[in-house]
Design a binder for this molecule. Sequence first.
Ligand code: G6P
Length: 367
Amino acid sequence: EAISKGNHAHFMRKEIFEQPIVVAQTMQSYVRAFEGEVAIPSFEFDLSAVERVTVVACGTSFYAGMVGKYWIERFARVPVDIDVASEFRYRDPVLEPGGLALFISQSGETADTLAALRHAREKEQRIAVVVNVPTSSMAREADLLLPTRAGPEIGVASTKAFTCQLAVLAALATNLARAKGRLTGEEEREIVAHLQEAPEAMSHALNHDADIAAIAPLIAPARDVLYLGRGPDYPMALEGALKLKEISYIHAEGYAAGEMKHGPIALIDDQVPVIVLAPSGPLFEKTVSNMAEVRARGGRIVLISDAAGIAAAGEGCMATIEMPEVHPLIAPLVYAVPVQLLAYHVAVLKGTDVDQPRNLAKSVTVE
Ligand code: G6P
């Protein structure tokens, strides 16, 4: 059956709007009601002996892995190594036999990631795969198969597969934490409750589509754009920059907000928009002080935050995008939406081929 765009102008837009449904669908395979209680069921795979996790992926899937590293280390207290597949393959990584190697891929066919998986297998790693195409090579070669249920993704720039990967990684982090005895039942229930809030919060984020479209003309003329975030929102800054590059062809860089002073600050002037991802939470104040550094140099800021964050730091910004107030755990799932929509609307304004950007392929099956 041919997949249609429905009433959307592009597949990418359709896929962005599908996210609350496909994330909920993905979550349903990991979060189940047991005897009246909602919990993440244990995988049929013993995670209790895992001492170290090695995450390998490319592109957007790699950024999902970076968020996963924060979660696995925070909840399970297991060290996580992460690398892009093209580097991992050739750097002769130190892999103790019995370690868990985790590969993340929408297609399950990316040549570098697949070769990295086979390398890890040779090094006697146990292979976990987060993958959207259940019939793919990576799915077939997994010891622990963790499917995302995003459905077919047509837009070359990944959107819904990414947020589904995040949902699965949160479930994996929780499972590992439980297997390692690092979570009380109460803590697990809390994590599950927050995860279940994600689809609705993502719907609220989608309601800001028109506001984001109105901000796009402020970004479209720029030659360079900087994205800043901290903690798990740092990979989201990287992903926001990648989305913009991929489909609008504007040069964009994602940076850890605190690292900006070591280089990118030299770029700041009134021509370089700075997109700041700063949900309320333990790192908010730190990011606000980085915003002040930008403002002091005439930088024009688009602040993506919740009502409290915008009330505290929105003054003097070129624009603000209001997200629902969410627990920091699910912020990456929710903040994915505005960065995707912003890239989308800028690309539409620039008249690029949103679903099939130049020089890019949906699945890169060559090295
Ligand atoms: C290509 C696509 C990206 C994707 C990357 C990894 O570059 O254009 O959207 O993130 O490959 O693909 P995978 O299928 O392994 O997630």
